[in-house]
Design a protein around this ligand. Structure first.
Ligand code: RAM
Length: 903
């Protein structure tokens, strides 16, 4: 069955489980899916069948698979294939491989064997208890009078009488932790376990620590700080209680060389102390590290903890699920070197030339007893001083107290900052500062890049770079609005608008799937989805356009992955959210609270919420969420629910039209704004008869604004798509390439290296926006990226998961070329075009197991060339339609170079 000589095709590659995990350890998913990619090759166009085998040992593969043998399945599906084998248990190891048959029925070789190992899936797997010191007792009141817990040090020494074959450390905390065994750091993860709805679920981590454990004496040591759990999160009103002292839960399971097992758990035998070098650690405020209090070797057995106190012990709470972390941990991903050093009033300022998020690594000469102060800023004020007003109450400063003369090396552990500039003072001033004193360690969830975009226009490339840096800065375990001030919360509206753009640039499917689990957990009984997730307010109010993250993200991400299981997971939430819309409306007109078209420029009301009617916005999102729920029901084969939500969408659309639009397709009764037209047109809420007029009214509003946008968080992401659908690509280009306020390039002209919260956060002539709510790293307006990739470069999914791809670049002045590439679930797709001397050149790569519709602009009276020859339809590329200005081709997998005549 397995390896006959006919099985000659190159094997499948990039084997993944569930939302893109490669050989995970401590895996969360007991119902995994399997995905693979077909190799790029002349004779592999598509898959006609597949077979997956899974076993408890690699030796059993492929012929004796004891867990699952899918048998040969006639199917082109190569992504998200559901595991249907024996039930998977905590700690279980699974080995698997796959083979496929191509379009001609030829078989491939078996793939390499991949594997995964389950984490602890149930609370009952834990023999350990929560342990820690009561740090609330002697805590201080910090900024805004919030209780601040002192960081604590916890340790346990233990003895093993035999040699170790393998060892796993299962660990988590209420708070954030760093763990070492026998003096060695267990991992380079930071801010673990991350931020979830702590009153419902806490994530656990699994580490292979086989190489750290020794026969004889051993010790484990854990540093523990508040993190998100009991730190000073904005407003301090989380549904969990920040006066509860941080705790750790650790379970070290060791298999000895004679097969016996030892288990070391956190329990009453652990010791703790809270007067170590880390005296203070807070996400918003920074750290205080006193090197005089260092305790050499405290995580080894060569340490006497007789003065340490016994820890307090707490049982697990059945209501709080302990589950293996379901996306990647946060790590230092990139290192930035300072590009410039300047002196300012005795301090030294290091300019990294890039607004970033993470921590500095400092290596600085100091004098014994002195305090190094490390301050941060995203930008400088015109007089060269630090602009920190926009950190609001976040102190965002680290301190290091030197224990001796000489070079110190320090990297903060339990905080992160948003900055481009680092200011040092308190170092040994007899030494001359050099650039290697500071390194910017860029930290975000450990995902890879997934797509690229480039063009012939420098500012458009800078915009792309700003979008990518906005992503890196705000994907630190959860999607945040901003990474630097006293906020850094999972604002749902921001996430809703930026999601699709993020999916292009980075491999963040698991990141979103994980956060959506938190959204489901945070959803209230009445269906409300809180403003931020995890809910940091606990005020039980939802906002239209923000809570709609619960329908928009599932749908938009499904379009990019094609993973039906993701829709299954989220369908209940979608329905409940639509139910909440229903409760908040009267005769289908919404009265839901809303942040509205947040930060719209030139608001007549002078309000952050802009001028577009809250009721109009709420009703539009009600209809849209009902429609997306209908689409979802259809994909899931739920016919009745599909009909129900489709009808609801139509009813709400009708009510919307009656209430807010007159017979001429003009907004009535409420402020006439660009966004009111954008919502009506983007969400398809008007009868056919009014669409042309509404479109004309939108164009009039744009003209009135001298062809500038007047849109905030909700309107902006719709602008390009709506105009594009109207055939107004020229207008999108005009808005996108605008240099003056409000526009994307305006911030670039003012020196932005990330996307800003406001269209006018700073101007060279007028300085900073006077509002302190003025983040210089806020990804929302980066949502334009979706249009840049899908329409300028021209790579869009036509069918969920890019099973069918649309390659339709929109070449316009001032661009002479643009290109993008994207790792789709089926493989790499790319599109690169150039206009030169009256010709349009397109080079495109279509991955195996997909097909593409390619639209090539050109004068169709003239000839089209493919790979340097006059084009003729054949079975790889078929001309299906021409009109005056373009060719429509149906294209099979492969690499193609087209040339057309273009004016
Ligand atoms: C602020 C932030 C955030 C936005 C909310 C409504 O806190 O700007 O991005 O979503 O307000």
């Amino acid at each position: 069955m397995s390896c006959n000589s006919n099985d000659s095709l190159e094997n499948a590659q990039d084997l993944m489980v569930s939302e893109g995990f490669e050989n995970p350890l401590g895996f969360y998913d007991a119902n995994p899916t399997f995905s693979w990619k077909l190799p790029v090759s002349e004779n592999i166009k598509s898959q006609s069948a597949y077979q997956i085998v899974a076993a408890s040992s690699p030796d059993l593969l492929p012929d004796n698979a004891d867990l699952w043998n899918s048998k040969k399945q006639q199917s082109s599906q190569s992504t998200w294939v559901k595991y249907e084998g024996a039930a998977l248990q905590s700690r279980q190891k699974v080995y698997w491989q796959v083979k496929y048959w191509n379009q001609d029925g030829e078989a491939s070789k078996w793939s390499e064997i991949n594997h995964f190992e389950m984490g602890l899936l149930n609370n009952s797997d834990w023999k350990a208890k929560w342990v820690g010191l009561d740090t609330a007792k002697d805590s201080i009141r910090g900024r805004e009078k919030v209780l601040i817990h002192k960081p604590q040090y916890l340790r346990k020494a233990f003895e093993l009488s035999k040699d170790v074959t393998s060892a796993r450390l299962y660990i988590t905390s209420k708070g954030v932790f760093d763990v070492s065994i026998n003096g060695e750091n267990v991992s380079d993860d930071v801010m673990s376990p991350g931020f979830t709805t702590y009153n419902k679920r806490i994530e656990t981590l699994t580490y292979d620590v086989t190489n750290l454990i020794e026969p004889g004496q051993n010790a484990i040591g854990v540093e523990l700080a508040s993190g998100w759990y009991s730190g000073r999160l904005l407003w301090g009103t989380t549904p969990w209680d920040n006066t509860i002292s941080p705790k750790v839960l650790a379970q070290l399971e060791i298999t000895m060389n004679d097969g016996s097992k030892e288990i070391i758990v956190s329990d009453a035998s652990w010791k703790g102390m809270s007067n170590g070098p880390l005296q203070f650690a807070e996400i918003y405020d920074g750290e205080i590290y006193n090197a005089n209090l260092e305790m050499p070797h405290w995580t080894t057995n060569n340490f006497d903890d007789k003065d340490w106190t016994n820890v307090e012990v707490a049982n697990l709470d059945d209501k709080v699920k302990l589950e293996p972390k379901r996306h990647t941990t946060t790590k230092g991903k990139i290192e930035l070197k300072p590009q410039e050093i300047t002196k300012k009033d005795g301090a030294i300022i290091f300019d990294l030339k890039q607004n970033m998020v993470g921590v500095p690594f400092v290596k600085v000469p100091m004098k014994k007893g002195d305090t190094l102060q490390i301050r941060f800023a995203e930008m400088l004020s015109p007089d060269g001083t630090f602009y920190t007003k926009n950190y609001r109450s976040a102190h965002s400063t680290d301190y290091y107290i030197a224990a001796e003369d000489g070079d110190i090396a320090y990297q903060p552990k339990f905080t992160f900052h948003g900055f481009r500039f680092v200011e040092l003072s308190g170092f040994d001033t007899s030494k001359t500062p050099t650039e290697d004193w500071v390194t910017g360690i860029v930290q975000y969830s450990d995902f890879d890049d997934n797509g690229t975009f480039k063009s012939s226009h420098e500012k458009l490339n800078q915009l792309q770079s700003n979008i990518v840096w906005g992503l890196r800065g705000n994907f630190l375990d959860i999607p945040t609005d901003c990474p630097q001030r006293n906020e850094r919360l999972g604002w749902t509206g921001d996430a809703q608008v930026f999601g699709p753009t993020s999916m292009f640039n980075a491999d963040v499917y698991k990141f979103w799937a994980s956060w959506l689990q938190s959204v489901r957990e945070a959803q209230l009984e009445d269906g409300a989805i809180p403003w931020t997730v995890p809910d940091s307010r606990g005020n039980k109010i939802a906002s239209s356009g923000w809570g709609d993250v619960g329908t928009i993200i599932p749908w938009k991400i499904f379009m990019r992955t094609g993973d039906v299981g993701f829709l299954e997971d989220n369908f209940e939430m979608m329905k409940n959210w639509v139910g909440y819309h229903q409760k908040k409306s009267n005769k289908h007109i919404s009265n839901m609270m809303s942040f509205s078209d947040w930060l719209q420029p030139f608001p007549e009301s002078g309000d952050n919420k802009g001028d577009t009617s809250r009721n109009l916005i709420g009703t539009a999102f009600f209809a849209h969420s009902a429609k997306l729920t209908a689409h979802t029901a259809k994909v899931l084969g739920k016919t009745e629910e599909h009909a129900k939500y489709e009808a609801l969408y139509k009813t709400v659309a009708k009510a919307f039209d009656n209430e807010f639009f007159d017979d001429e397709g003009k907004v009535k009764g409420v402020a006439e704004t660009q966004t009111s037209y954008l919502l009506a047109l983007a969400f398809d809420l008007l009868p056919e008869s009014k669409i042309k007029n509404a479109q004309a009214n939108l164009l009039r509003k744009l003209k009135d604004a001298d062809y500038h946008l007047r849109t905030g968080f909700l309107g902006t992401p719709l602008l390009s798509r709506v105009l594009d659908d109207m055939g107004e690509v020229d207008m999108v280009y005009k808005l996108l390439f605008n240099e003056t306020y409000p526009s994307w390039f305006y911030s670039i002209n003012q020196g932005a290296t990330t996307i800003w919260e406001r269209w006018n956060s700073y101007s060279k002539t007028e300085g900073y926006n006077p509002m302190s709510m003025n983040s210089l790293n806020h990804y929302a307006y980066g949502a334009i990226g979706e249009w840049m990739y899908e329409r300028i470069a021209g790579i869009a999914p036509l069918e969920a998961g890019y099973k069918t791809i649309l390659i339709a670049p929109q070449a316009r002045q001032p661009l002479s070329s643009a290109s993008a590439s994207l790792n789709t679930p089926h493989g790499k797709v790319s599109s690169a075009w150039e206009v030169k001397e009256g010709k349009f050149y397109l080079e495109t790569v279509i991955p195996p197991n997909t097909t593409a519709k390619v639209i090539i602009p050109g004068n169709t009276a003239n000839e089209l060339q493919l790979n340097s020859e006059v084009f003729k339809s054949h079975n790889q590329v078929e001309l299906v339609k021409t009109n005056d200005t373009s060719f429509l081709l149906l294209v099979q997998p492969g690499t193609y170079k087209f040339v057309s005549t273009f004016k």
